[in-house]
Design a protein around this ligand. Structure first.
Ligand SMILES: C[C@](O)(CO)[C@H](O)COP(=O)(O)OP(=O)(O)OC[C@H]1O[C@@H](n2ccc(N)nc2=O)[C@H](O)[C@@H]1O
Ligand SMILES: Nc1ncnc2c1ncn2[C@@H]1O[C@H](COP(=O)(O)OP(=O)(O)OP(=O)(O)O)[C@@H](O)[C@H]1O
Length: 301
């Protein structure tokens, strides 16, 4: 595969955990063993990689409505730069090719349970794989992704996936309904993932049993999901009580089939019959919240 001379852009869609069961803990580091069905929403960040002559290392520019939340942090810790450095090292890319400007348009709320940082890291790996002409198979990119965070491997394909292990074991998802709407809502309060895992009380869950053939419509999917849980929801509500208000508001939306928290929160989602119903419903939520309505992300490759 030949390197691309011009800029390369990749969308970084929000991850939604339709259910999240905590099965146990891994001995070596205490990470939690999970079973989760993950889908990606049409709500996205965007990463653009542009060759930057005259420099020697990747650099980062952040813009967009949610950029402010990242401005307080050291840019070197940003998952976009960490992903670029990890791939350059693994692929033995040095100057001048490694000198790229990475432009991140941040639209997804930070530390909100929809894996924005993980999606940005995965989008960066995909963009640089193309820009540098690597043409790596997905499994090889997932190997680099694993070192960046538990959610990053699932974000490489950005397609519905069943997540196991501590996040790195990926199995095909049963078929999703052709029409499905998602409303996402966040009370604009960040929740740190380690704090939520730390506050979790109670025992462990069993893995879910899912229909192999998948679901024909959103109603059938919601019916099956209603028998499952997000095991982190009680701990997140304890740390951030407004999560319960967000869930109540989603459940009160006309057409809501199921409402639940995603990941470690505080973002919650509602399932709707289709994208148009979800987009209309999101408008009814409080303006002070971050809110979005639409369908699943459609990966192109
Ligand atoms: C809860 C989920 O959002 C479900 O999709 C993810 O598993 C979290 O993924 P993530 O944010 O990429 O997580 P990481 O950045 O790897 O880990 C943050 C922290 O969360 C805790 N953590 C994370 C994943 C996992 N399977 N078990 C854990 O206990 C650990 O304390 C870890 O230090
Ligand atoms: N590009 C980035 N976007 C968001 N957060 C980033 C980024 N780079 C580094 N971070 C750090 O990662 C932390 C988690 O961010 P993120 O938005 O991915 O959380 P999350 O949505 O709770 O993730 P998850 O659902 O995977 O637990 C932030 O608090 C921030 O310190």
């Amino acid at each position: 595969m030949n390197p691309v001379a011009a800029a390369v852009g990749e969308a970084a869609p929000a991850k939604v955990n339709l259910y999240l069961h905590v099965l146990g803990r891994r001995g070596e580091d205490g990470y939690h063993l999970l079973d989760s069905l993950v889908v990606f929403a049409g709500a996205t960040d965007q990463v653009e990689a542009v060759p930057a002559a005259g420099r020697i290392a990747p650099s980062l520019e952040v813009e967009g409505p949610e950029a402010g939340a990242l401005s307080v942090e050291d840019p070197a810790r940003n998952l976009v730069l960490r992903a670029a450095r990890a791939l350059a090292q693994e692929a033995r890319i040095g100057a001048p090719a490694a000198a790229v400007t990475l432009r991140l348009t941040k639209r997804l709320p930070v530390a909100s349970g929809i894996g924005g940082g993980s999606a940005d890291a995965a989008a960066t790996l995909r963009a640089l794989d193309r820009l540098w002409g690597l043409g790596w198979p997905r499994a090889r990119l997932e190997g680099v992704a694993r070192r960046l965070g538990a959610d990053v491997p699932a974000c490489i394909a950005a397609r519905p996936v069943r997540m196991g292990g501590v996040g790195e074991v990926l199995a095909p998802s049963p078929r999703m309904p052709a029409r499905l709407g998602l409303v996402l809502a966040n009370p604009r309060l960040p929740l740190a993932t380690p704090a939520v895992f730390g506050a979790r009380a109670g025992g462990f869950s069993a893995p879910a049993t899912l229909p192999e053939a998948g679901w024909r419509d959103a109603v059938g999917l919601a019916r099956d999901l209603a028998t499952l849980r997000n095991d982190l929801e009680p701990a997140a509500i304890g740390l951030c009580p407004p999560v319960a208000e967000v869930l109540a508001a989603l459940r009160a939306l006309p057409g809501c089939l199921l409402a639940r928290m995603s990941g470690s929160g505080a973002t919650c989602f509602a399932l709707m019959a289709d994208a148009a119903a979800a987009a209309a419903a999101a408008e009814r939520l409080p303006r002070a919240w971050w809110r979005w309505g639409g369908g699943l992300y459609a990966a192109t490759a």
